[in-house]
Every structure is written in C-alpha cells, then in structure tokens.
Design a protein around this ligand. Structure first.
Ligand code: SAH
Length: 455
C-alpha cells in the first residue's frame, strides 16, 4: 500500500542525475499502434468461462459503486479452481456480470477489480492502456516548469509517482520515477502475476535505464506473497538522484523507505520552505531531510531535524551538501521523537515552525485507537514547543485514520496543551498521488497547517 513508512534503511548510493522526462514521451508512445506483449494466456472477454466468483445476495452493492475490492466474506461460491493472481469474472447472486478481477486465495481481499467491462480482455494491451492513461495524467497535471520560473529555473521535477495503484486503475501496482530509474512495487497477487508484462510495458513506454523492484512492503504478507527486491530491467546506476522544486535529493532505491523517497510530500515541503524565513524550525521524522532542506533554502534561522534512522540522517546531511546549503544552521539528532520532544520541552526550547510527519501508526482502522494516542502525544508536545504565532505542519499517513478523526485528535491535543489554533490549510498528497472518487481509501495522507494564537 501507498502510505507505508517502514523503518528499514541502509547505506545509500551516490547520485546520478536522471534527465529524461517520461511524461513527455508518453503522449508520443500513447499514439503508437499497439504491439501486444503476451506472457500469459489472455482471458478472452468471455465471462461465462470458468473460473468465476459468485457473490452473496446484496454484496454486489459496493461493486455497483465501483469500489475495486471484494472481501472474502462477500463471496458465496467460487466456480473452478483459480490460482492467486488469475483473472476471473465476478457475478452477483443472479448471475449478472459485475467485473473482471485478480483473484487471491490468500488475502482477506479476495479480489481486486481490473475492469468493469464484460468485453474487456485482461492482457498486455489492457495494461498498456491503463499505464499510458496514468502517464498521460501526469503529463497533464504536472506540466514542465517554464524557463526561469520558480526554484526549478527551467528544470523539470523528475521524482514522480507514475502509477498509484487502485487510484490509477491498476490495483496493487506502485511505480515511482527517480530520474532515469523506475522503482516498481507489487502489492498484491494481480500485478505479481503480470510482473514481466508490466515491466516490459514500462520499459517500452518510459525507456528507463533501470526498473528496480521493491516488492518488500509489509502489505505483501497480508497477501500471502514473499518479499522480493532487485533489478528487473537494465542496470542500476551507482547513484540515483531527483530534483524537486529545484532541490536535489540523493535517493537510495535499494533499501530506502517505501520505494526510496516520500514523493507524496513534495508540495507540502515546498509550502514549508516558503514560510520558513527567519524561523527556528523543528522537523520531526525528517528521513533524508526533505522538509529541512526546504526550510534551509527558505532562509530559516535554524533547523533541528530528528529521526531514529542514522542512515537516513547521513543521507540528509549529504543532501544539504549536494545543494550547497548552509549546514551551520542545521542540527541533526538521531533519536526517538517521542522522547526527544519531551527533552526539548524540559529544556524549554521553543520553535516558530514545527513539522510532524510520523510513520504510519495505523495501517488499518483496527489500529486507530492506539495510533490516536500516539498522534495526540506528539501533537500536544508540538503545540507546547511552539512560540505564540508559531506554525505547526502536522500529518498522518495512516489509512486507518480519517481526516475527521485526525482533526479531532489534533484539536484534543491543542485543548490539552491549553492552546488556541487555527487551521490555515488542509494538506494532502501531491497530485501525482490521485484519489479515485470510488476509492476513498486512496486518500491516506492528510495534514493540517495550523497557526497557534499569539494571545
Ligand atoms: N518527512 C519525511 C518522511 C518521513 S517518513 C520526508 O519528507 O521525506 C517517517 C520517518 O520517521 C522515517 O524516516 C523513520 O525513520 C522515522 N521514524 C519512525 N519512527 C520514529 C521514531 N519513533 N522516532 C524518530 N523517527 C522515527
């Protein structure tokens, strides 16, 4: 899944500048005649063919709303003996066709929808169409920065989420672009089955120097899939780097968290940078320095960055050097944020701008209560460390915590801290992480920019 912030990390590679912008290439390729790549016998769009899933009466409703998941409890009967990853048809209790899905016998989510169209054939052409659509969406919503404009000075951002799983019509598939390198993460049995086909299509449409597989997310265990990572196509350059709003970040795609970098926070980081001038900034859960670098470039007086990963902090400091930023204004602490915030409170340290971007405390709603306590704890401490009029950027990337619940938790924290605060802006993931209207679960990242009262 999309919002995972795991703790694994290790020594990074050094950088190479990925120059190619796949977004421009896509339009061209999209118009080329389709040359099918077929690795696996295609389904012939015949929904009466075996195997198929038959749902319990009434359980077709979510499919009528085009929600792409079918839970095991909704299935009345399985006709035939499909293997995990196979394409099967789904029918309601009256035998009406509902969808073509990827089946998974191992998961609570028994099936994820490929297509609602009975005539659709789930094969390489289908995936090429879906991928080309995702790429042209990025081309449309992430236009190149024009010459001389903004921080980019004519350079394109080249760290982009190209495919955002369910929200791009390919459940379970994440593809991130870091310059000339693509990182592919397969999160469920469907894309696992079509792995080679997907890699071939990405190679054909994007022509990267490398496709690196990072199928090692925690979610794979729930899908009954083993972890796997390594080069899938091409060769991995010794150094991988992205440019984001004109800032350079070295990315370790082999063992960095998620696929190597948190692309979802791109625009929120930029906003932080614009508000950092002359401020004492505290960046909690800083990873490879994202928010810290923007704050330094934005003219912050000081930036204290905290993370529990020594390797991430090392890369963060390298990123400061890579951009020629003033490291004298930056302080780095390898610590547990929960403890570090208490120490800062006891030392009576104060800040003008605080960022709280913790890992996923609640992967599902079942963890919500425990997660709520953790969010409240850090937010309460954050409020106490702010000077009057200070700004708090606070985030949750937990799928199990809704926007409303998150706001309630933060409101509770402000109340307990004895502080009045205003919501200045509601924040979410960058636009290359779209949310399908029929799949609200896709909106995992939520954030608030708050200003605490001066009086
Ligand atoms: N803001 C970052 C992404 C944060 S990811 C960016 O813009 O790139 C979450 C980070 O929290 C990871 O780097 C992880 O190492 C760190 N982390 C997880 N638990 C922690 C803890 N208890 N204390 C400090 N850091 C922690």
């Amino acid at each position: 899944m999309t919002g995972s912030k795991s703790k694994s990390y290790s020594t990074p590679h050094r950088q190479s500048q990925g120059g190619k912008d796949f977004r421009n290439q896509v339009k061209r390729n999209h118009q080329q005649p389709d040359t099918p790549i077929q690795h696996s016998a295609p389904r012939i769009g015949d929904a009466s063919a075996q195997p198929s899933l038959i749902l319990k009466a009434g359980r077709e409703k979510s499919l009528h709303r085009r929600h792409p998941w079918i839970f095991s409890g909704a299935v009345e009967k399985i006709d035939g003996t499909p293997a995990s990853g196979d394409t099967v048809s789904v029918h309601d209790a009256d035998s009406n066709f509902l969808a073509w899905v990827a089946y998974n016998s191992e998961s609570q989510i028994t099936a994820r929808v490929w297509s609602w169209d009975e005539k659709e054939i789930i094969n390489a052409d289908f995936f090429r169409k879906q991928i080309a659509n995702a790429l042209s969406m990025r081309a449309a919503i992430l236009p190149p920065i024009s010459e001389g404009e903004g921080w980019g000075k004519g350079k394109l951002d080249n760290g982009i989420r190209l495919i955002h799983a369910e929200s791009d019509g390919i459940p379970g598939l994440i593809v991130d672009q870091y310059g000339k390198v693509l990182v592919m993460q397969l999160g469920s049995a469907g894309p696992e089955h079509w792995r080679d086909t997907l890699a071939d299509i990405l190679q054909e449409l994007c022509a990267p120097v490398c496709i690196y597989e990072r199928s090692d997310s925690d979610g794979r265990k729930l899908e009954g899939l083993p972890t796997r990572s390594g080069v899938l196509r091409g060769a991995l350059p010794a150094q991988v780097e992205v440019t984001e709003h004109g800032l350079r970040f070295a990315v370790d795609v082999t063992v960095g968290q998620k696929t190597g970098f948190y692309l979802d926070q791109r625009d929120n980081r930029a906003l932080t940078g614009t508000l950092a001038l002359e401020k004492d900034v505290l960046n909690c859960f800083c990873y490879t320095g994202g928010f810290s670098l923007y704050a330094l470039r934005g003219g912050a007086k000081s930036v204290l960055s905290i993370d529990s990963s020594q390797e991430a902090l090392q890369l963060a400091q390298r990123n400061v050097q890579l951009n020629g930023l003033d490291s004298a204004r930056a302080e780095w602490q390898c610590a547990d944020v929960f403890e570090a915030l208490r120490k800062l409170r006891d030392q009576n340290r104060k800040f003008d701008l605080i960022v709280l971007d913790p890992p996923k405390f609640a992967p599902t709603a079942a963890f919500a209560e425990k997660a709520a306590r953790a969010y409240k704890d850090i937010n309460l401490l954050g409020f106490k460390l702010l000077r009057p009029g200070g700004l708090l950027f606070t985030y949750s990337c937990s799928g199990g915590i809704s926007d409303e619940l998150f706001q309630k938790i933060v409101a509770g924290a402000a109340l307990d801290a004895g502080i009045d605060a205003q919501i200045v802006k509601k924040l979410n993931a960058a636009p290359d992480h779209p949310v399908l209207l029929s799949f609200p679960e896709g909106a995992y990242l939520k954030g608030l920019l708050l200003r605490v009262s001066e009086i």
